[in-house]
Write a protein that binds this ligand. Structure first.
Ligand SMILES: N[C@@H](CCC(=O)N[C@@H](CS)C(=O)NCC(=O)O)C(=O)O
Length: 206
């Protein structure tokens, strides 16, 4: 039995839930984090001492860190498909997971936080603009990559798409000035059309 803790407006929770959906797993999800609380209870801290979402419990195996969760679920339940057995094919997609966490998220987060989670009178336009401009630089590079690849890792949907997809869905649906990125937009449409993406694609960006 797979249990997932985390609120669905978190991109990191969306990764874990999307992975479970894409793999066809049955699972139970409990809201946790921000307004839902839960993350400061002793029971939750025993599972994740960081007090962050998501966390999973898969038949007694407790795991935190969204990318580790996606890798674990893919390796355990998607060997040969979502988890390609060829290390080269797998790494081609896997590297985008780290890029999402270490590069893309730090770039766009201030714009998201300022424009979506901060009252207008408290926003810092300079911080938002710096974040927007940095994100556009990254998107130009990504657009080039996707001009020659249907998916991040090449020809097939993979763990990289699963990890970056929720962030890109957020970016493309939040109220920010965006430059046209035809290949990124086509890729986003492609991945969001998967039936498994129904778990987050129509949720408000909050
Ligand atoms: N590196 C961690 C980051 C986890 C994280 O920062 N989660 C945020 C939501 S995206 C969180 O728990 N925020 C506090 C809260 O929701 O109460 C991961 O990828 O799982």
């Amino acid at each position: 039995m797979l249990t997932i803790w985390g609120r669905m407006n978190s991109i990191n929770v969306q990764k874990a839930v999307w992975a479970a959906e894409d793999l066809g797993l049955s699972y139970t999800r409990h809201d946790a984090g921000m307004a839902f609380g839960v993350v400061n209870t002793p029971e939750y801290r025993a599972m994740n001492p960081n007090g962050l979402v998501p966390v999973i419990d898969d038949n007694g195996f407790v795991l935190w860190e969204s990318n580790a969760i996606v890798r674990y679920l893919a390796a355990r339940y998607g060997a040969g498909s979502l988890w390609p057995l060829d290390p080269v094919i797998r790494a081609a997609s896997d590297k985008w997971m780290d890029w999402q966490t270490t590069t893309f998220y730090p770039a766009y987060h201030a714009a998201f936080h300022g424009l979506v989670r901060t009252h207008a009178e408290k926003r810092d336009p300079a911080v938002i603009e710096a974040s927007r401009a940095k994100t556009e630089t990254l998107l130009a590079m990504l657009d080039g990559h996707l001009s020659a690849n249907a998916y991040l890792g090449g020809d097939s949907f993979g763990i990289g798409d699963l990890a970056l997809g929720p962030s890109m869905h957020r970016w493309l649906n939040m109220p920010v000035a965006r430059e046209p990125r035809p290949h990124v937009e086509a890729w986003h449409k492609r991945i969001i059309a998967r039936s498994s993406a129904a778990c987050f694609r129509d949720l408000p960006i909050t």
